[in-house]
Structure formats: structure tokens, C-alpha cells
Design a binder for this molecule. Structure first.
Ligand SMILES: C/C1=C2N=C(/C=C3N=C(/C(C)=C4\N[C@@](C)([C@@H]5N=C1[C@](C)(CCC(=O)O)[C@H]5CC(=O)O)[C@@](C)(CC(=O)O)[C@@H]4CCC(=O)O)[C@@](C)(CC(=O)O)[C@@H]\3CCC(=O)O)C(C)(C)[C@@H]/2CCC(=O)O
Length: 206
């Protein structure tokens, strides 16, 4: 009844070719360009590239951490669910503590959101980890507060929360910090885009 592409590999090939033809990736190092292509693939917006900001070597640093077996620490279950486990080079743990039964009480004690409070349960896994924040601005702010107060430093922070309240500000704060980072400036972000960034970093092929 309808004429449409049914070959998954061909759909991917055409998508990535379209993104590379339409997005202005000039000036990005190739490893970062590959990550941005996949983030664009997750949101359908080729102008995303203009809002991407990353510290030097963040993609290589995150990949080296994964190769060394580092966990991927996610703010939301949606981010964790989007990470393709078979791409991960060392069967790395993908961790989201949001639904841990201790979190509601922690959030009440700290006077913050559950997503932010859930990061308190990352402390023993934070050292050298790849952090993927795709939903909650409060989680990203709380991570920065924890590290500033002496918590272990992650190898890379993919800071891509979405929204209107605190999202842009939390990402500017990350970019101004001394942590290796990748952000999408402004309101855009989200779990799908963040999981896509992890998947691109974990993968050797587009
Ligand atoms: C204020 C919050 C925002 N949530 C956004 C967008 C989406 N959130 C979805 C879902 C299913 C979840 N959001 C929570 C993380 C929940 N969202 C919040 C909080 C109230 C506070 C976070 C913050 O401001 O930093 C947060 C609850 C908390 O106490 O931390 C979630 C845990 C709520 C819940 O279901 O209990 C849940 C995450 C579940 C999981 O994956 O583990 C959406 C799907 C929206 C929906 O349900 O309709 C959507 C997903 C976006 C995405 O791509 O991830 C915003 C826009 C980020 C917003 C914060 C900023 C704003 O401007 O409002």
C-alpha cells in the first residue's frame, strides 16, 4: 500500500549520509563529529551542531574510560535503557540509581529532586566513570556540587539535560568547570540524544 524503505541497514546508511550532507560538521574533530552525527540522528535536528560544545579530547577520554571498564552512570532510566549494551567494549555496567528505595528519603533530607539525590549513591563508582545526564538539570548541578566538595572525578560528563528550568544554566556551569565535558547549549537535550552519544562513543563504526 505504501512505498517505503524496509531495509534497516539501508535506512541507517541513508540517514547518516543525509546528516553528513546537511549538518555543518566542519571544524569538529572527526571523533566528536561522529558523536554529533548520532545525536542528530536521535533528534532529527541538523542544526544541533551549532549548540554542541565539548572540551578537548572528551570523546577519546570517555572511550578510554570505557575501554578500561568504567561504568556509565545515568541520571534517568530512559538514558540507561537507551544504551546499547552490545556496543560497550568491556561489558561495562550501566547504572541508574533513581529507583533505589533510599532515594526518596535522601531527596527529602537534601531538599532536592530524586534525580539529584540519586547521585549520592554514585560516590563509590564516580572515579573515572562516564557520566550521562540526559534529563535532569538538578542532577547535573548536583554532580558539579559533589565534585566541588571533593567527590571523585568522572572521566567525562555528557551533560545533555533538556528543558526550560535550569537546563541551559546547568550546562553552562558544566562547561565552565574543569571536568571533561560534552554539552548541547540551551534548552535542547534529552535522554535519547544522550544515550546516542554514549552509543557513538562506545562504537568503532558509525
Ligand atoms: C522537572 C523535571 C523534568 N522532566 C523533564 C522531561 C521529561 N521527564 C520525563 C520523565 C518520565 C521523568 N522525569 C523525571 C526525571 C522528573 N522530571 C523532572 C523532575 C520533577 C525533576 C528533575 C529536574 O528538574 O532536574 C524529575 C523527578 C525528580 O524528582 O527528580 C522522572 C523521574 C519523573 C518520574 O516519572 O518519576 C522521570 C524519569 C524516569 C526515568 O527514566 O528514570 C519525560 C518522559 C516527561 C513525561 O513523563 O511526560 C520527559 C523526558 C525527557 C527526556 O528526554 O529525558 C524535563 C523537561 C527535563 C523537566 C526539567 C526541566 C524543565 O524545564 O521542566
Amino acid at each position: 500500500m505504501y512505498e517505503y524503505e524496509k531495509d534497516g541497514a539501508e535506512i541507517y546508511r541513508q540517514s547518516f549520509a543525509t546528516i553528513r550532507a546537511e549538518a555543518d560538521l566542519a571544524g569538529l574533530p572527526e571523533d566528536l563529529a561522529r558523536v554529533v552525527v548520532r545525536m542528530i540522528h536521535a533528534c532529527g535536528q541538523v542544526d544541533l551542531v551549532a549548540d554542541v560544545l565539548a572540551s578537548d579530547g572528551v570523546v577519546a577520554g570517555a572511550r578510554a574510560a570505557l575501554d578500561a571498564g568504567a561504568p556509565v552512570l545515568c541520571d534517568a532510566q530512559m538514558v540507561a535503557s537507551g544504551v546499547t549494551r552490545r556496543r560497550l567494549p568491556k561489558d561495562n555496567d550501566v547504572v541508574c540509581t533513581l529507583n533505589d528505595p533510599r532515594v526518596p528519603a535522601l531527596a527529602a533530607d537534601l531538599g532536592t529532586t530524586r534525580t539529584a539525590a540519586a547521585l549520592e549513591l554514585w560516590r563509590d563508582r564516580l572515579d573515572g566513570a562516564v557520566v550521562a545526564i540526559g534529563n535532569a538539570p538538578t542532577a547535573l548541578f548536583h554532580l558539579l556540587e559533589m565534585v566541588a566538595a571533593g567527590a571523585p572525578r568522572p572521566a567525562a560528563v555528557l551533560g545533555v539535560p533538556v528543558g526550560f528550568i535550569g537546563a541551559a544554566e546547568s550546562k553552562e556551569a558544566l562547561a565552565a568547570s574543569d571536568l571533561p565535558f560534552l554539552v548541547v547549549r540551551g534548552r535542547r537535550g534529552g535522554s535519547a540524544m544522550t544515550a546516542a552519544a554514549v552509543n557513538a562513543i562506545a562504537s568503532d563504526v558509525e
